[in-house]
Design a protein around this ligand. Structure first.
Ligand code: GLA
Length: 714
C-alpha cells in the first residue's frame, strides 16, 4: 500500500491498483481501479481533479466527482451510499477526510457477520475516517487488500458522534465509481427450481440496474453478486469488475450511469425496509462487499472468487477436504419411510461405493407431512425405532457416515414448539401471521429463541455420530415488525450458525433453502457446500451450475443424480448424462437406489469410481466455462489442475442434430508443450493441439447427451 502526502492512497493487489485521493476540500475521491500501476508520481491524479473542477476548489461539484462514499444533496444528486436523518433533523451531509490508519496482517473483524479471513495471504487494511461534525456522524471506510488476489474487501462503519440520536435510512457497504465508457452488467436471477439464470443488460443513462432482494433471505430471485464489464468483454477477454456481498439477508446492488456516462455501483443491505437508530456514541457496521477486477473476461473474475472463497472465506475444515459421495433419501421416499426402508437404501448404496447416508426431512416429531412438527427436534420413534443414535450406528456399521437434515429457523403451527412458544415467531400485532409451506419463521432477533435452537440442534448432534448436516430454510420472511428487522434477524442467524459450526468443527455442513434460495458468500463462510437447486434435471442443471459458477466455486455446488422422469420437470435423460453433469459439483445420489437394475448399479459403481478420481481436481482446480448453455445448443466446461497436470472436460448437447458436424471445443489453461493422455480412451493429445485445434465431442445420437475427457499429463 502506497501513501503519498497523506492524500493519495494507492492500494495494490496481485495485478491490480486501486487509487483513492483526498482533494483540497477534504472529499475522499475515487481515482482508479484496474490493472496494476507502478508507484510513480501522481500528477495525473491532480490533472484529473482540474477536469472535474474547472471552477476551482470552492465551487466543487460532487455530482461530477467520483467518490468513495457519496452522499445525496450536497451538490451530488445521484443515488447515495448512505442516507442519515442527522442530529439537525435533515438528511443533508458532506463527509470529509479526517484521518487514516493501516492495520497489518489481521483482517477486518466485522462484529456478528461473516467476512474474509487472512488464510495464507499477506493482508493489509486501510481505514479512512471521514466525518461530518455538522450532521453528527463519522464513517470509517475499510479497504482490505490481499497480496495474492485482485480484490478489495470493503466495509463502512458509521458512528454517531452527536449528542442526540440519529437514524440510518440507508448504509451501503461500498460505492465504486468507474469512468465514462460503454458498460454492461451481468447478474443472476431466477426463482425456485430455476435459480441463478445468467442475465445481461446494457448500462445506459439512469439507474439501469437495481438488483435488490427483499424476500427475507438472499433469495432464489436475485443473487447478491454482479459483474460490470466493458461492453466488448466476453467470457475470455476484456475488463470486468465483480461485486459480491458477504451477506444472506435482504441485499441491494445498483448501477447508475450519470449524465456524463460515468458509472456508480452501490452494494450493501437493501435500503428498502431498513432503518437503524444510533444512540450517542453507537456504531453500525455494514456487511463486507468484495470488489474484484480482471482483464481476462468473466472467467477471470470467477476463478479469482473461487480461489478466494475456497481459501479465505470458509471457516470449515471441510472447505479444503474431499467431500464424501452421498445418498440422500428425499427424492427416494419423501416423508414416507421407516428404518427398514432407510437401511435398504443405505445397504445398496454402500455396495456401490457411496460414503455418506443423509436422512432428510421427516425424522422428527410427528412429521408425516410438511404441515406438522417442524421445530420438534426429537426423533420419531415410530419411524425410527433405533433412534438417531441407533440408526447412525447401523449406518456406520455399513461403512457409511451418517448425516441429518434440519430446518432450524422454521416452525409449524402444528408443533409442540409453537404450542409452547406462540410468541417466538415473526409476527405483527393485530394480524394473523401467514404460513408459507405450512411454516412460520422463528424470531431470531430474540436471544432466547437463538439459544433454544442452538441447544436443541446441539443436543441432537451430540447424541449420535452425525458427521454431516443439511441446514434448510424453506420460506420467505413476511410480517417483519419493524424497519431493520431483517438485518437484526441475520445477526441472530449468524450467531446461531457460528456457535453450532464452532461447537461441531468436524461436521460437514451443507446449506439449503428450498433448493438454492440462499446461495451466497455469507452462508459459504460457515458451510462449504450448498444445495444448488431443487431442480435436479441434468439439462436444467447445465444452466444452473454454469451460472452459479460465475461467483461460487465448484466445490460449493452440490449436485445429485436423481431418478427419471425427473421429479421437477418430467425430463428423461440417460444415467450417463445425469452423472456427467453432477460430477462437476459435490457429487451424490438422491433416488431409490434399491429400484435400479443391475446394469444401472454397475454404471453407478463406475460413476462413483470415476468421481473419486476426479474429486481432488474438482476441489482445487481452475474452472473454465467454454460454451454457454443460455445461448447455444451446447454447454461445455473444464476443470484444470493448478499445475496444469490434469484436466476434466464436460460437453453437453441439448438437442441432437443429425447430419451436422460438431464444433471443435478448444480447451484453455493447459501446458502447450506437454502431452496429455485421455484416461477414458487412452488417446494422446498435445496441449497445443487441445487448446488451438480443440477436441471434437463424440455425442450420442439422442438429445441431452454428454461427452467427457479426463486428461492427465504424461
Ligand atoms: C427443501 C429442500 C429439499 C428437501 C426438502 C425437505 O425443499 O430443498 O432438498 O430437503 O426441503 O422438506
Amino acid at each position: 500500500m502506497i501513501i503519498k502526502n497523506k492524500n493519495i492512497f494507492h492500494l495494490q493487489g496481485k495485478n491490480t491498483s486501486y487509487i483513492i485521493a483526498v482533494n483540497e476540500c477534504g472529499d475522499v475521491m475515487h481515482y482508479y481501479y484496474g490493472k496494476k500501476l507502478r508507484d510513480k508520481n501522481y500528477d495525473w491524479v491532480k490533472q484529473e481533479w482540474s477536469v472535474w473542477n474547472s471552477a476551482g476548489p470552492d465551487k466543487w461539484t460532487l455530482d461530477i466527482t467520483p467518490q468513495e462514499y457519496p452522499s445525496y444533496g450536497y451538490t451530488d444528486l445521484k443515488m447515495p451510499a448512505y442516507d442519515i436523518l442527522n442530529k439537525n433533523g435533515n438528511n443533508v451531509s458532506r463527509l470529509t477526510y479526517k484521518s487514516y490508519e493501516i492495520v497489518e496482517g489481521d483482517v477486518d473483524k466485522i462484529s456478528g457477520m461473516p467476512y474474509l479471513l487472512k488464510g495464507k495471504s499477506s493482508v493489509q487494511t486501510l481505514y479512512i475516517t471521514v466525518e461530518d461534525k455538522n450532521a453528527g456522524f463519522s464513517v470509517v471506510l475499510g479497504y482490505t487488500v490481499f497480496d495474492d488476489y485482485d480484490i478489495i474487501a470493503r466495509t463502512a462503519k458509521i458512528k454517531n458522534i452527536s449528542d442526540t440520536k440519529i437514524k440510518l435510512e440507508r448504509a451501503y457497504s461500498c460505492a465504486l465509481e468507474l469512468p465514462k465508457n460503454d458498460y454492461k452488467a451481468l447478474y443472476l436471477s431466477g426463482g425456485w427450481a430455476n435459480e441463478r439464470n445468467l442475465k445481461e443488460t446494457e448500462i445506459t443513462g439512469g439507474i439501469k440496474l437495481d438488483i435488490s432482494a427483499a424476500r427475507g433471505g438472499s433469495s432464489h430471485h436475485i443473487n447478491p453478486f454482479v459483474m460490470v464489464a466493458k461492453k466488448d468483454a466476453t467470457e475470455f477477454f476484456g475488463e470486468v469488475y465483480g461485486a459480491t456481498l458477504v451477506y444472506s439477508g435482504n441485499h441491494s446492488t445498483t448501477v447508475e450511469s450519470d449524465q456524463f456516462g460515468n458509472l456508480r455501483l452501490l452494494q450493501g443491505i437493501n435500503p428498502f425496509g431498513f432503518s437503524w437508530e444510533l444512540g450517542m456514541g453507537e456504531e453500525f457496521e455494514t456487511p463486507q462487499s468484495i470488489l474484484s477486477y480482471s482483464d481476462c473476461g468473466y472467467g477471470g473474475i470467477s476463478r479469482e472468487l473461487h480461489d478466494l472463497f475456497r481459501n479465505n472465506l470458509s471457516r470449515s475444515k471441510w472447505s479444503k477436504q474431499e467431500r464424501p459421495v452421498l445418498i440422500n433419501n428425499w427424492e427416494a421416499t419423501y416423508f414416507d419411510f421407516n428404518e427398514d426402508k432407510l437401511m435398504e437404501i443405505a445397504k445398496c448404496a454402500a455396495k456401490q461405493g457411496v460414503e455418506l447416508f443423509v436422512l432428510d426431512d421427516g425424522w422428527f416429531g410427528k412429521r408425516y407431512d410438511e404441515d406438522k412438527s417442524m421445530g420438534d427436534w426429537f426423533v420419531n420413534e415410530k419411524k425410527i425405532p433405533s433412534g438417531i443414535d441407533g440408526l447412525a450406528k447401523k449406518i456406520n456399521a455399513l461403512g457409511l457416515k451418517f448425516g441429518l437434515w434440519f430446518e432450524p429457523e422454521a416452525v409449524n403451527p402444528d408443533s409442540e414448539l409453537y404450542r409452547n412458544h406462540p410468541d417466538w415467531i415473526i409476527r405483527v400485532s393485530g394480524m394473523e401471521p401467514t404460513t408459507s409451506r405450512c411454516e412460520y419463521l422463528l424470531d431470531f432477533t430474540k436471544d432466547e429463541v437463538c439459544d433454544y435452537i442452538i441447544n436443541a440442534v446441539s443436543k441432537i448432534l451430540s447424541s449420535a455420530n452425525i458427521e454431516y448436516v443439511k441446514w434448510d430454510m424453506n420460506r420467505p420472511m413476511t410480517e417483519m415488525p419493524y424497519q431493520g428487522f431483517n438485518h437484526k434477524f441475520y445477526l441472530g442467524f449468524y450467531r446461531v450458525m457460528s456457535q453450532i459450526c464452532n461447537a461441531f468443527p468436524n461436521v460437514l455442513f451443507e446449506g439449503c433453502s428450498g433448493g438454492g434460495g440462499r446461495f451466497d458468500a455469507g452462508i459459504l463462510a460457515y458451510m462449504p457446500q450448498i444445495w444448488t437447486s431443487d431442480n435436479s434435471d441434468a439439462v436444467k442443471r447445465l444452466e444452473i451450475q454454469y451460472s452459479t459458477s460465475f461467483a461460487y466455486p465448484i466445490s460449493a455446488i452440490s449436485a445429485h443424480v436423481t431418478a427419471v422422469p425427473n421429479h421437477q420437470n418430467g425430463r428423461i435423460t440417460s444415467l450417463k448424462t445425469r452423472g456427467d453433469v453432477a460430477k462437476c459439483g459435490v457429487f451424490g445420489y438422491e433416488l431409490d437406489i434399491t429400484k435400479m437394475s443391475d446394469d444401472e448399479l454397475m454404471e453407478v459403481r463406475e460413476q462413483i469410481k470415476d468421481y473419486k478420481k476426479l474429486r481432488p481436481l474438482m476441489l482445487n482446480g481452475d474452472f473454465y466455462r467454454l460454451k454457454n448453455p443460455f445461448n447455444t445448443n451446447y454447454c461445455a466446461w473444464e476443470m484444470v489442475a493448478k499445475d496444469k497436470s490434469e484436466v476434466f472436460l464436460m460437453c453437453a448437447k441439448r438437442m441432437s442434430e443429425h447430419n451436422s458436424k460438431e464444433e471443435h471445443i478448444k480447451l484453455m489453461g493447459l501446458s502447450e508443450n506437454a502431452d496429455y493422455i485421455d484416461m477414458y480412451t487412452k488417446k494422446v493429445y498435445g496441449g497445443d493441439e487441445l487448446m488451438y485445434n480443440g477436441v471434437v465431442p463424440e455425442f450420442g445420437k439422442f438429445d441431452f447427451s454428454t461427452f467427457t475427457v479426463h486428461l492427465v499429463k504424461i
